[in-house]
Design a protein around this ligand. Structure first.
Ligand code: GDP
Length: 300
C-alpha cells in the first residue's frame, strides 16, 4: 500500500531491528527489554513514550507468562496501538461542516505550502468548494508558491503583497469565502518561531478576526512539522502549542525518513492528534492518519 511504501525507512529502522533482536534471544529477560527500549528511542519514539511502552510490555509479558521472545513482538504492537489510541481517541480532520476554516502554522521549509496544496486538491476532488488565503506574508516566495498550488489544485486564492498584515488578508479571505459560498477556507499563516511574542500576537490577531467575522465557521488549527527532523519537530510542536490552540498536526516527508517514531511523542507526550501525513511530493501523497494502520505499516 501507499502507506507501507511511504514508511519503508521507518519500518526498516524499527521492525527489522526488533526482529533481529528477538531472533538473537533464547529467553525473555531484562536485556531484551533494554534492547527494544534502545531501538525505540533511536527511532525517535521519545524517551517518555518509550518508557511507558516498555513498562507496559514488561508487565504484560510477566502477566501472560511469555517465555518465547518471538511472542513479544505482537504484544509490543498491541501496546503501541493502545498507547496512541488512549492518547488521541480521534485523529479525524473534520472537513464535513460548511463553512470550515483551517489555519495552518509551521516554520519555513517543513512543507506547509505543499500540504495546503495537497489538502486543497483532495477536498476539491471530494466536491467541496475550497479557497486559499496567503496570510504568510513575510516572504514573497511563499505567496507565489501558494498561488502556484492554487492553480494546480484549481481553487481560488486571496493574497496581498509581501509584508501585508496577515490578519487583513484573512479578513479579505473570509469576506470572499462568504460571498462565494466556500466550504473550506485554508489559510497559510505565520511560521517564525524565533520571535515568539510576535508570532503569538500575529496568531491572536488572526483568531480575533476569525471569531468576529466568521463565527459560523468550524475551526481547525493545524501545525505542519517535517518528519525528517525528528526531535526538532517535537521542539516546534511544544513551542507552537504554547502560542496557538492547535487541533492537530501534519507530519510531512515521512517517505524520506527513518524517524517516523515522532508520531508517538507528539500524541503520547504532547496530546496532539496527528491528522495527516505526507508520504511524497506529489499532489496525492497526503494521507489521513490512522494509528492502527500506522503501527501495522511500521511492523508488517
Ligand atoms: P514550506 O516552506 O513549509 O511551505 O515548504 P514547502 O511546501 O515549499 O516544501 C518544502 C519541500 O519539501 C519541497 O521541496 C516539497 O516538495 C517537499 N515536501 C513537502 N511535503 C513532502 C512530503 O510529504 N514528502 C517529500 N518527500 N517531500 C515533501
Amino acid at each position: 500500500s501507499k502507506l507501507k511504501k511511504g514508511l519503508t525507512k521507518t519500518r526498516d529502522n524499527i521492525s527489522n531491528k526488533i526482529d533481529t533482536i528477538l531472533a538473537s534471544y533464547q529467553k525473555v529477560d531484562e536485556d531484551l527489554f533494554e534492547e527494544i527500549e534502545e531501538t525505540l528511542i533511536s527511532a525517535d519514539v521519545g524517551v517518555d513514550s518509550t518508557m511507558q511502552i516498555i513498562d507496559e510490555l514488561t508487565e504484560r509479558v510477566k502477566l501472560e507468562r511469555i517465555k518465547d521472545p518471538q511472542e513479544v513482538k505482537s504484544i509490543l504492537i498491541s501496546i503501541m496501538k493502545q498507547k496512541l489510541a488512549e492518547a488521541v481517541p480521534n485523529n479525524n480532520l473534520d472537513t464535513s461542516k460548511s463553512p470550515t476554516i483551517i489555519l495552518v502554522v509551521g516554520v519555513n521549509g517543513v512543507g506547509k505550502t505543499t500540504t495546503i496544496g495537497k489538502m486543497a486538491a483532495k477536498l476539491k476532488q471530494q466536491g467541496k468548494k475550497v479557497m486559499l488565503v496567503a496570510a504568510d506574508t513575510f516572504r514573497a516566495a511563499a505567496i507565489e508558491q501558494l498561488t502556484e498550488w492554487a492553480n494546480r489544485a484549481g481553487v481560488d486564492i486571496i493574497s496581498h503583497k509581501e509584508g501585508a498584515d496577515p490578519a487583513s488578508v484573512v479578513f479579505d479571505g473570509i469576506a470572499s469565502a462568504k460571498s462565494k459560498n466556500v466550504d473550506v477556507l485554508i489559510c497559510d499563516t505565520a511560521g517564525r518561531l524565533h520571535n515568539k511574542k510576535n508570532l503569538m500576537n500575529e496568531l491572536n490577531k488572526i483568531h480575533r478576526v476569525v471569531e468576529r467575522e466568521y463565527p459560523e465557521a468550524y475551526k481547525e488549527t493545524l501545525l505542519v512539522v517535517d518528519g525528517t527532523t525528528g526531535q526538532n519537530a517535537i521542539f516546534q510542536a511544544k513551542e507552537f502549542k504554547e502560542v496557538a490552540e492547535l487541533t492537530g498536526v501534519v507530519i510531512t516527508k515521512l517517505d524520506g525518513t527513518a524517524k517516523g517514531g515522532v508520531v508517538f511523542p507528539l500524541e503520547i507526550e504532547l496530546g496532539l492528534p496527528v491528522k495527516l501525513i505526507g508520504v511524497g511530493e506529489q499532489i496525492d501523497n497526503l494521507m489521513e492518519f490512522d494509528s492502527d494502520n500506522f503501527v501495522d505499516a511500521i511492523f508488517n
